[in-house]
Design a protein around this ligand. Structure first.
Ligand code: CA
Length: 234
């Protein structure tokens, strides 16, 4: 099981908010934080180490226009998917929302299942993009930069191509054990003549970098015939 992905929902309609939260929580894939205004959203975003994988943003908020807030977040360097929720649905509104940097636009009333599908679609695109960041134990993993950032220390760990590929595949496995053979094929390709010894060497070096005590690994854990990644470990 992968950890629930944190979503920020900014919406002043309390009933709608409750419905969306309920649907996002239904299969355990998402954990939603709620804000009823731009001010509340800013508060949640400014908390140290705050991390959201996507933002659902109402256009008509009591203290600001959601599109202006979206534009401000983008100017501030926020790259995660933002999906606008709106009551008005004219072409001009859509264009303004997308101009503000929104990834998608859902008109009210919408079926929660449709919103959920849009969120999943945007996250799929984002996860494969240059901007993707994943949490692994105390680290923020940035595959495109081949970097592990540990905000609490704070420090940055540089990874090799292979180490990045290993972590990426282990992360996608969502904590389930992966056999050496599967990992070898995923990282080096089916046609390569690389042995499991090479894989073990890379895992050894990776552990030297990421584990507090490499002789007693807590993140990249040995499993019968393979490894698993402890996503939630501190
Ligand atoms: Ca509203």
């Amino acid at each position: 099981m992968q950890l629930p992905r944190p979503i920020l929902l900014v919406e002043d309609d309390v009933m709608l908010r409750a419905t969306v939260v309920e649907h996002l929580a239904a299969d355990g894939a998402f954990a939603t934080r709620e804000a009823g205004s731009v001010a509340e959203a800013e508060m949640l975003l400014s908390v140290e180490h705050a991390r959201f994988d996507a933002i659902l943003l109402d256009v008509g908020l009591p203290d600001a226009d959601g599109r202006d807030f979206c534009a401000r977040l983008r100017r501030g360097g926020c790259r995660i998917p933002i999906i606008m929720l709106t009551g008005s649905y004219t072409e001009a509104d859509v264009v303004r929302g997308l101009d503000a940097g929104a990834n998608d636009y859902v008109a009210k009333p919408f079926r929660p299942s449709e919103l959920l599908a849009r969120v999943r679609a945007q996250l799929r695109v984002f996860d494969n993009s240059e901007d993707a960041v994943f949490t692994i134990g105390p680290y923020q993993f940035r595959p495109s930069a081949r970097l592990l950032v540990e905000p609490k220390r704070p420090r940055k760990l540089r990874l090799t191509d292979k180490e990045t590929s290993i972590l990426k595949f282990m992360y996608r496995a969502g904590g389930r054990p992966v056999s050496r053979k599967v990992l070898l094929n995923e990282v080096w390709g089916y046609s390569s003549a690389v042995s499991t010894h090479t894989l073990e060497t890379h895992v050894y070096r990776l552990r030297q970098k990421i584990e507090v005590d490499p002789s007693n690994p807590r993140l990249l854990v040995m499993h019968h015939g393979g490894y698993s990644l402890a996503l939630g470990a501190a």
